[in-house]
Ligand binder design. Structure first.
Ligand SMILES: C[S@@+](CC[C@H](N)C(=O)[O-])C[C@H]1O[C@@H](n2cnc3c(N)ncnc32)[C@H](O)[C@@H]1O
Length: 280
């Protein structure tokens, strides 16, 4: 277990946070269909952040093992970028779920614009209580959404319930690289507080998957390919007026010292794990 107490995210508040982030990204021209970190295969890779974001979805696709007859659940689907890529690359049908109404509106608009509204459908809902019958999906993907869940074990049990036997779960999650530290850098606490996230303990993951009824196929520490490389890429971006205004609106307690990316300068506490599991 990690030594530092972490405040548990509240799903409705996470939804409101992503509503604000989605609207402000559309207003200020920073909208991106992917809301996740990138994946750089090698330290030599010169992929841009956008290319690396798509690459992370492709890393998921390689593990999901789905095809045109599969139905995939995108758990914490954001504005639909990854789900739409799964549809385009595999032909699978995707149902996405997000706790943010604004993300869902946007994701369904993008799906219609891509002409795949019959293959990619996004709906509002809480991953803690999935609104789907047992055994309704061939695969589940969770790109960077587990960090917002107040109870990871509960979500994994729900995933197991909705998967068909033999169905796969692929997820990424952030973990604390230094769980024995008594004090964490301020930037980590600000990030977790303002982006309503917690860090997992990587040592807990396999037992947690097993307790939920899933069986581990693979767990990889992809910190070098993701979080560490992203912090290096972000350091190259000019820091002019970088504070994400959406974090402040209606959230005055954070107004003076809201998290900004430069708070993470030199911080290497965030690890990233990539896990693939299967319902037996
Ligand atoms: C960092 S974003 C990742 C979005 C998307 N997977 C992507 O890669 O572009 C986290 C997502 O998790 C969703 N989320 C967080 N808590 C949730 C919950 N309790 N139920 C459903 N979705 C949730 C958020 O609404 C958001 O869509």
């Amino acid at each position: 277990m990690t030594n530092v107490a972490q405040t548990l995210p509240v799903p409705n508040a996470v939804g409101e946070l992503y509503d604000r982030l989605t609207l402000s990204a559309m207003n200020d021209g920073t909208f991106n269909p992917n809301v996740h970190i990138g994946y750089w295969d090698t330290p030599e890779s010169d992929a841009s952040i956008d290319e690396a974001m798509d690459r992370l979805t492709d890393v998921f696709i390689e593990r999901l093992k789905v095809n045109a007859s599969s139905h995939v659940l995108d758990l914490g689907c954001g504005v639909g970028g990854p789900g739409l890529r799964v549809v385009a690359k595999t032909g699978a049908r995707v149902t996405g779920i997000s706790i943010s109404e604004e993300q869902i509106k946007t994701a369904n608009r993008l799906s219609a614009e891509a002409g795949v509204a019959d293959r990619a459908v996004f709906q509002h809902g809480d991953a803690m209580r999935l609104p789907f019958p047992d055994k309704s999906f061939d695969a589940v993907m969770a790109l960077e959404s587990m960090c917002h869940m107040p109870d990871r074990q509960q979500v994994l049990s729900e995933v197991c319930r909705v998967l068909v036997p033999g169905g796969r779960l692929v997820l990424t999650d952030v973990f604390d690289r230094f769980p024995r530290k008594d004090v964490r850098p301020q930037g980590v606490d600000k990030f977790c507080r303002d982006l309503m996230s917690t860090m997992a303990d990587i040592d807990d993951y396999v037992p947690m998957l097993h307790r939920s009824g899933l069986r581990l196929r693979e767990i990889l520490d992809v910190t070098e390919q993701t979080t560490l490389r992203l912090s290096y890429e972000l350091a190259k971006v000019p820091v002019a007026d970088e504070r994400p205004a959406a974090l402040n609106e209606g959230n005055f307690e954070f107004s003076d010292e809201a998290f900004k990316p430069s708070d993470l300068e030199g911080v290497d506490d965030f690890g990233c794990l990539l896990a693939t599991a299967e319902r037996p």
